[in-house]
Each structure stands twice: as C-alpha cells, then as structure tokens.
Write a protein that binds this ligand. Structure first.
Ligand code: PMP
Length: 445
C-alpha cells in the first residue's frame, strides 16, 4: 500500500511536508484512541483523525448502528424524498442546538456547510428586498473551509491570493488573538480594542453587510487562537443591533470539543445560522449540517417562485448511513454521560500543559477544552518562530519526533496542535502530553 499511495494519491497539503511523504504511515486499523499501521505499530490518535473522532475508533455502538442501517438502506435521495434517520437526526440536532435554530440543511463536509450558510445569508437579504447586503465580515486568519464560498469568508492570505477574483469580497476584522495582538495592544489594558474595530465596521457599513462569520471561542486552523471571554457575546449583541446575521462555524468546536456540546453555550449565544460537521458522526462518515432559524427558513417558503428556491443540494445529502452514525454518536453522548466526563479530562490537560510554559522555546500555550496549541518561538520576547537548524520547521520536527514516539500530532506552522479524542482518559491525556513535552525538549535543546 505504501508504494501505491506514493504512485497514485494526491494528498491534501502534504506537498508542503516532505518528511510526511518520506516516513509515510499507512493506517490499517484503529482501536479506541489508537491507530495501528500496516506494520502493526500503534499510535495515539492525538488529532482525533483531523478533529473528528469523538468516542474512539471501532466504537461498538456506532459500528452496530451503521450495520443496522445497512440492513435497511444505504442511501436514497433527499430531492423529493425523505428518509427515517435524517428526519430523526434533524429533530435531535434542533433539540441540542442553541435556542432559535429550527431547520437543518444537510451536506457532506464542513466547507459545504459554510458554503451553504453564506449562500443562505446572501439570498435571505435579497428575499427581504435588501439587495445591497452582499458583504461578509470575517476575522483575519479565519479558516472556514476550501470551497470558493468558504475560502471567501476565510482570512488566510495564502488561500486567497490564488483564487482572486473568484471570491466574494469580504471585510476582515482583526482576530482577537491576544498573544499576537493584530493591533499591537496590551491585552491587559486594551478593553478588547479588536472587538471595538468590529463594532466600528458594523456601525459604518451594516447596510451592506449580510453576515459576520466566526469560529466561536477559538480560531482553530489559524493556530489555536483563543478569544477573550465576552468577544462572541458582544458580537451577538452588535449583529442584532445592526440587523446583520451571525453565522457561527462550529465545525471544529462542536460536539463536546470545548467542554460543552457547542462552544456558543459558553457565551450564551444563539446564532442565526450555525454549521456542524467533523464530530457529528463521531468521525465515522462524512456528514455536515447547516442549522438556521424559522425566520430565515420562512423567507424561502413558496417554492413556486424561482427566486425563493434555495439552489443547493448534494447527491449524498441526508445520507441514511451517516445519519444513523450521527444518531448513535448522540446516543453515546447521552448514555455514557460524555459531557459530564470532560471537566476531569480538561483539568488533566491543563495541569500537564503548565510545565510547557517554563520551556525556553515555548512562547504560548493555549487551551480551549480539549483543543490545545503550543507555540514555539525563538525567544519569549521577540515571539518570532523558532527556526533551529535544518530545513524543517520546528513544528514539523516536534511532530516527527512525537510520531516516532507513538503519537500522531500535527503542526500548524510552529504551533503544535493537540486534539485528543474525547474518549481519552485523564491518564492517557497526561501520557500524550508527556510525549509532546519530551519531543519539544529533544528538538529545541
Ligand atoms: N470550518 C472550520 C472551523 C474548520 O476547522 C474546518 C476544517 N478544519 C472547516 C470549516 C472545513 O471543514 P471540512 O474540512 O470538513 O470541509
């Protein structure tokens, strides 16, 4: 399989990481929070298979639910037909989602869930007769996916440059990331000046702005940039005040990642549109959902008129197998009281992260529930990336070292990202962080 992979597969992003190609691991199986390669070696899945896996691999309750659904039907179209698991799941998603979200639009990935959210918001204002509301506000360095619409509302320059002028025009507000304050302020005294900038954009241009799109509490792909408390709450207040929709992207943060089912709950925020993917099927099958309010849904009713139809619909939308997996995922959350188990795990992680702060080349340690980022720097004053010797970035070198020691983690530049499955025990979390600490020490000494 190693050779066939090398010969035929085009991997996402790995052109940028030669060491990954050179030391290609082919995963043959999984068991609990471990991955097993074709040589029989075991690795902790420290990225939850790209932030998806919740209850571990080969979770019996989910395996059985998928097999049970296979005995009935694997797929039928949602265009003009309904199916049982997607209807059951929609009811349950609405029940657990923040108040006011009342309708579920299914798709297949986080990117498409965001694409749908953006298109919904755009068309909603047209239906309301507010044709000029076409702008989106997003945070610098935001990542919302890789389809054209979701790239438009992202803030990563590298992804933007190539695809101009295909993208929607967006207004970028400064990311509220205190360690690298975009405004050069002191977070202890700034009074959240970045939020104030966002307010000013809304105050000046709300007539043109359809929606603000935001990752709640933490910008993941930007390097685990945690937001100050109250940021999201203020954003909700101002978007209401200025009649702008709030789209909250819970693709990465949803399904327990931050310690609550959805990150919005920490701030008591009810968005107008919310996206979910990744953990929705506990990492089993591709599925995503865009939830919205009755008001937005009702604006699209009366499908006879062409402009009222929402022009979006994928072949695999509402896939019964994936919905059966998602239903089993939610059942495990309830029956195994997963949310109640999280505080002990989050506390174990916090305790094990503390010694990292003393390390010479660790500039910042950021944690939001079971989402963690350890930023390597040249020195704690300059905060510049730590280059060390050799061609590889230090982030790559730490992750390579950890992999050799039996843990899969991923760098985002020089930020080491750790996202263990929620099923990890406090001791396993400590063990994984000890591997990371040793890996950082060995490459930065
Ligand atoms: N939104 C956020 C916040 C994400 O973190 C991601 C993926 N990392 C996406 C959207 C895109 O999801 P997908 O990769 O499933 O398309």
């Amino acid at each position: 399989a190693e050779q066939k992979d090398k010969d035929y597969i085009w991997h996402p992003f790995t052109q940028m990481q030669d060491w990954v190609k050179e030391e290609q691991l082919v995963i043959a199986a999984g068991e609990g929070i471990k991955l097993i390669d074709t040589q029989g070696r075991e690795y902790f899945d420290g990225v939850s298979s790209l932030w998806l896996n919740v209850h571990g691999h080969r979770k019996q309750a989910i395996d059985q639910a998928i097999i049970g659904q296979l005995d009935k039907i694997a797929h039928s179209t949602m265009l003009g037909l309904a199916n049982v698991p997607s209807a059951e799941l929609a009811e349950q998603l609405v029940a657990i989602a923040p108040a006011g979200l009342a309708r579920v639009f299914y798709s297949d990935s986080g990117s498409t869930a965001v694409e749908i959210a953006v298109k919904m918001a755009y068309q909603y204002w047209q239906l309301k007769g507010r044709k000029q509301k076409k702008q989106f506000v997003t945070l610098t360095n935001a990542y919302h996916g890789d389809t054209i619409g979701s790239v438009s509302v992202g803030g990563i320059d590298l992804f933007h440059r190539i695809f101009q002028p295909l993208l929607f025009q967006t207004i970028h507000a400064p990311s509220p990331s205190c360690y690298h304050c975009t405004l050069g302020d002191n977070p202890q005294q700034c009074g959240m000046a970045c939020a104030q900038r966002l307010h000013d954009i809304l105050a000046e241009r709300h007539d043109e702005i359809a929606a603000v799109v935001v990752e709640p509490l933490v910008q993941g792909a930007a390097g685990i940039l945690t937001q100050p408390e109250g940021f999201l709450r203020r954003l909700r207040q101002w978007t209401k005040e200025y009649d702008v929709l709030l789209i909250v992207d819970e693709v990465a943060t949803g399904f327990g990642r931050t310690g609550k089912m959805f990150a919005c709950e920490h701030e008591g925020v009810n968005p107008d549109i919310m996206t979910m993917a990744k953990g929705i099927t506990a990492g089993y099958l591709p599925l995503a959902a865009t939830l919205t309010t009755a008001e937005i849904y009702n604006a699209f009713l009366g499908g006879q008129q062409e402009q009222k139809t929402f022009f979006h619909g994928h072949s695999y939308t509402g896939n019964p197998l994936a919905c059966a997996a998602a239903l089993a995922n939610l059942r495990v959350f309830r029956e195994e009281k997963v949310l109640a188990s999280l505080p002990a795990k989050i506390a174990a992680a916090r305790a094990s992260l503390a010694p990292f702060r003393e390390m010479l080349h660790v500039g910042d340690v950021r944690q939001c529930g079971l989402i963690m980022g350890i930023e390597l720097v040249e020195d704690k004053i300059s905060k510049t990336p730590y280059r060390g010797e050799g061609a590889l970035t230090m982030g790559d070198r730490v992750c390579r070292q950890a992999r050799r020691a039996g843990l899969i983690i991923r760098p985002l530049g020089d930020v080491i990202v750790f996202m263990p499955p929620l099923a990890s025990t406090p001791d396993q979390i400590k063990e994984m962080l000890a591997i990371i600490q040793r890996s950082v020490a060995s490459v930065t000494d």
